[in-house]
Write a protein that binds this ligand. Sequence first.
Ligand code: UGY
Ligand code: MN
Length: 252
Amino acid sequence: MLPHFGETRTAFERDHAFVAPDGQVPTPLPAWRDAAPVVLISPQMGARFSHYLVAADGGAIGGSPLPGIERFVFVLEGEADLEAEGDRQTLDHYSYAFVPADLPHRVHLADGCRLTVFERRFVPLAGAEAPGLVVGNEAALRGDPFLGDEALTVRKLLPDTEAFDMAVNTMTFEPGTPLPFVETHVMEHGLLMLEGGGIYRLNERWYPIGEGDVVWMGPYCPQWFGALGKEPAKYLLYKENRRDPIAHFGGS
Ligand code: UGY
Ligand code: MN
C-alpha cells in the first residue's frame, strides 16, 4: 500500500471553506452526551453560525444549546427522537426539526443514527412574532422550479416569514444542470452534499464535490454549481434570511 502523501480536498480560504470527510476529527461538545460530533463550520472560521455532524454508536443524547441559540436538526441516517413541549416524536430519514432559541428539548439518537445540525444566535425582529417549533420531512415537500428552471428544484424546509432569521432549503439538480449564474450575495451559506455531485465554484476556485462534502460560503463569496454524473445532485443549504445586514453584524 502507498504511504499517505499528505493530500486532501479540504481547503480553507478567507471567504469560503471546503470540508471533505477525509480530514474530519471529532470534537466533544458539552451538549452532546455519548456522541462524536464533528464541527464542520464555526465562528472560528469567520462564519456567524455553526454546522456540525453527530453520529451515535450505541445511542446518544443532545441537550439544549446555549441561551439565545436556535437549532436546526436534519436526520441523515437512522432515527432520532425529539423531546420538546411535552411531546416525543420520531425523526427518520430526511426528517428535520427547527427548535427556537431557549425552548428546552432533548434529541435522543438511536444506535447508528447520523444527523447534521445548524445553530446560530437568534436575531429577533421588532414587530415580528417569535418562531415556533417546526418538524417535517424533506421527502414530503413539494419542489418548486428555481428561477423557472424545471430541472432545478428548491424545497423550503422552514416557513419563509419574518419570524425566521434563517432558511434551510434543499436544491435538487437534474444531471447536467447548473445554477443559472454565479451568485454573489451578502447572506452566508452552509452546505452539505446529500446525493450525487458535480463541480462547485467558490470565488476563484473550482472544487469537485460529492456526497458528504461540506462548504462554507461567506458573505459575497462568488458561488456556482453544475451537476455531473447520471443521478440528480441534491444539497442541504443553510442561508441567512430576512434580517438587515447591520442587525446581523450588530453595527449601527
Ligand atoms: O438561494 C441561494 O442562495 C442558492 N441558489 N445558492 C446556492 O445554491 N449556492
Ligand atoms: Mn446562494
